[in-house]
Every structure is written in C-alpha cells, then in structure tokens.
Design a binder for this molecule. Structure first.
Ligand code: PEP
Ligand code: MN
Length: 432
C-alpha cells in the first residue's frame, strides 16, 4: 500500500538531492527538549497540567515575518495567562508553528471554471496560485520548509527568552482585550483578579526568571514522510531516533490507518506523539493505535486529540475514554474543537462558528467529568491578526463579514479576539 497523502514528484533525482541536503542540516529542536516535553505531558496526563496547542492551519513561506510570528505568540501567551490563573496548574505551550507547512486534502485535484489542477497541499509541496506551474509538486520546497521553520524557531526562541514573554506584559494584552471588546463581565473580573495577584507578587519581591521567560514547544502534523524521515537523527545520548523537525508531532485523521506508513514510521520515534481521532473513531480503533504507538505505556508518550464535532462529542467520546482507561492507559486527552465543526456558507466560504467551537470544548469538559478523567488540553487553529474567517464570537462576525479579511489558505482560524474569548471560556471551565 502506498503511503497516504504523499506528493508525486516527477524528478526522483531532484528529490534525492533535496533529501541528501536535509540529512546534513542541523536539528531544529533537540532530543533533550523532546524528552522534557514528554515529562511535562506525563504530568498533564496525571492532571497536573494543561496543554494549549495552537497556530495556523497551514503556515506559509510568505507568513514568515516578524510581525506575523510575534502576533501569533502574543495571542498564545495571552491565552496561557488566563488559563494558568484559572487552572492553577502549569500550562504547557505548544505552537502549531515552525513546521506546519503540509496539508492533507480530501481531493487530489481542484476545479475552477472548468480547469482542473492538482490541489494545493501546503507550501511544503506546491504553490497556492491556480496555475499548472505553481501547482506542480516541487521537492525544492522541502528545503524552503526547513529554512522557514528554522527562521520561525529562531525568532520564537529569541522572543520567549528575551523579555517578550514577561508575565505582566502578557497580562496587559488581556487587559486591552477586555477594555476594547464588549465581553462578559466575568472576564473583566478575572482580569482584575489577575492584576491584583501580579501586583501582590511584585510587592512581595517575587520577580524571578519565571516571570520573564516562557518554555515553548513546536509541533506539526508529520505528513510528508520524505521530509520527516530526512529530519530524523539518532540521538547521541540514547542511540534512539528523534524527529528533530519539531518537538511534538501528530498523525492526522486521514493518515492514521493502523497498517499505514505514518503509524509505522512514527511508532519508531522517541518524540511525544499525538493522534487525531475523528467522529467515526471506535474504542477499538483508539486502543489499537495506542498499542501500536505506545506499546510500553510510557508516561507522556501518547496524546489523543479528539475532533468529533460539537454535535457528536457527547455521544462518541465517552466509550472511547472508558475503554482506553479500562485498558490501564493514561494518555493526554486533548480537544481539537476546530476540525469537526467546519461548514461551507451558502456563498461557498469555508468557515466555523465560534459557538460550535465553544460547545465542543464544553462537551469535552462535560464528558471528562462524567468519566472521571482529566481534560488535558485544547488544540486550536488561530492567528494573532484580526482576520474574518470564523463567524460569531465577541465581534459577532456574520457570514456577510467573512469577505473582509479572509486570509487562510486552508482552514478558517479564530482571530485574536475569538482566541482570547475561547481562553476565557476554557478558564471558566477549569475554574469550576
Ligand atoms: C489539521 O490539524 O489541520 C487537520 C487536517 O486535522 P485532522 O487531521 O484532524 O483533520
Ligand atoms: Mn486544519
């Protein structure tokens, strides 16, 4: 069986040359950092932490600008502040960033005005412009994927240890949000409470390193096996393989076949691994995948990212959780409230409703409460900019507003205000 969702390159010699170059490139992340994240995820699985994973559906090469990266990080950090305060446990911050350049597609081709061309598969594979030249699968793009990931990672590391992540600054972004948007009074009250807590800490002289720096991890879907394989190195300490293109990698809903090439490849890696589970997942599927990816039941190794849709989560998730827990496993349970809630408007625009996203998150908390398990985190598609891609939320964006600033090349993302609003709703649930 051919691996699912792979590009078809015309020139195999060109691909071989690219792979040879990638093999010699320095790692983007270190094996020890992946181990550190695995330990943190083990704590999350035990209920001693919560994960915030977020970023674009598809990063683009053109999107590798300081402003864009900074805005995304700012949004994630602002979200993390309210969530930390509410949960009273550490928030593990993971970006869908510095590597999320390849997309699985449900159709191989796209037709516009009678012309059919290969579908856009992310900047790692081909261009978005609707011309035969741009849509050609080009292996050289894998080198640009590495370079873009590297530039993004470099800026993220510098910002997050260089003052940008100061807790009081991140808090002030939330204060701006509740001042400028017509939000629920509860959120304003929460911001004021955090304000007082911070002032208290400062007057007590608690002004250490932890106030100024943030530990941050990168993640992406491990889709293109040529790239992921070329970026895999044997760690000199442990003599075991790590995919050094990102700390956390996940297998998508379309490539998680038990006997498929993605599962086979990822099961050999030491990175912490996520698996997306859609609405048709049975408890048996989840168990079989868990056994294959994590046969040794290693703490923090496995994250199950459920994306069932607001309408299905309350009926599908309970039996999956019950059977996985009955088998004695302790995975991180994460909620992706985006991918089960996509719809197309009458005008043909792909969107998501903020109310559905919030409802799936609510359902996730409800089901875990019923099952007696710990809701370990959320996985969100977001941007730091004021785009108009999802309807609803504080700005009450309607379908008629979507044309204004619809910039995603793939799935619709929450804009900055919608992301912060979601963080406040999660904070509220964590605080109950
Ligand atoms: C994604 O995370 O962008 C994605 C395609 O998700 P899924 O595999 O869950 O459909
Ligand atoms: Mn997506």
């Amino acid at each position: 069986m051919n691996p699912a969702q792979q590009p078809s390159y015309e020139d195999q010699a060109e691909l071989a040359d690219v792979i040879a170059q990638l093999r010699t490139r320095p790692p983007l992340v270190f094996a020890g950092e992946c181990d550190d994240l695995r330990d943190k995820l083990a704590a999350v699985a035990r209920g001693e932490g919560f994960v915030l994973q977020g970023g674009d559906c598809a990063e683009t090469f053109a999107g590798v600008t300081a402003a864009n990266i900074q805005n995304k990080l700012r949004t994630l950090l602002s979200m993390a502040v309210v969530m930390t305060y509410a949960a009273q446990v550490p928030i593990v911050k993971i970006g869908r960033i510095a590597g999320q350049y390849a997309k699985p597609r449900s159709k191989d081709t796209e037709t516009r005005a009678g012309v059919t061309l290969p579908a856009y598969r992310g900047d790692a594979v081909n261009g978005y412009d609707f011309t035969p030249e741009s849509r050609r699968h080009d292996p050289r793009r894998l080198l640009e994927t590495y370079n873009s990931s590297s530039a993004t990672m470099n800026l993220a590391r510098a910002l997050l240890t260089g003052g940008f992540a100061d807790l009081r600054t991140a808090h002030s972004w939330n204060a701006d949000f509740v001042r400028s948007a017509p939000v629920n009074e509860r959120y304003t009250a929460l911001v004021q409470e955090i304000e007082r807590a911070l002032a208290f800490m400062v007057s007590c002289g608690m002004d250490d390193e932890a106030m100024h720096t943030v530990e941050f991890f990168s993640s992406h879907e491990a889709l293109l096996l040529d790239y992921e394989h070329a970026m895999t190195r044997i760690d000199s300490r442990t003599r075991t393989p790590y995919d050094v293109s990102g700390h956390f990698i996940w297998i998508g809903e379309r490539t998680r076949q038990l006997d498929g090439a993605h599962v086979e490849f990822l099961r050999h890696l030491r990175n912490p691994i996520g698996i997306k589970l859609g609405p048709s997942t049975t408890a048996q599927d989840a168990l079989a995948l868990a056994d294959k990816i994590d046969p040794d039941r290693e703490p923090g190794r496995l994250t199950l990212i459920t994306r069932m849709g607001a309408g299905k989560i309350r009926t599908v998730l309970p039996s999956v959780i019950d059977e996985v827990m009955a088998s004695g496993r302790l995975p991180v349970w994460m909620c992706d409230p985006m991918h089960g809630n996509t719809f197309t408007t009458d005008n043909g625009v792909k969107t998501r409703a903020f109310s559905d996203v919030a409802d799936e998150v609510d359902g996730f908390f409800e089901v875990h409460e019923q099952c007696g398990t710990w809701p370990g985190g959320i996985h969100i598609e977001l941007t730091g900019d004021d785009v108009t891609e999802c309807v609803g939320g504080v700005g009450e964006l309607g379908e008629e507003d979507l044309g204004e600033r619809y910039e995603t090349l793939c799935d619709p993302r929450l804009n900055r205000n919608q992301s912060l609003e979601l963080a406040f709703t999660v904070a509220h649930r964590l605080n109950e």
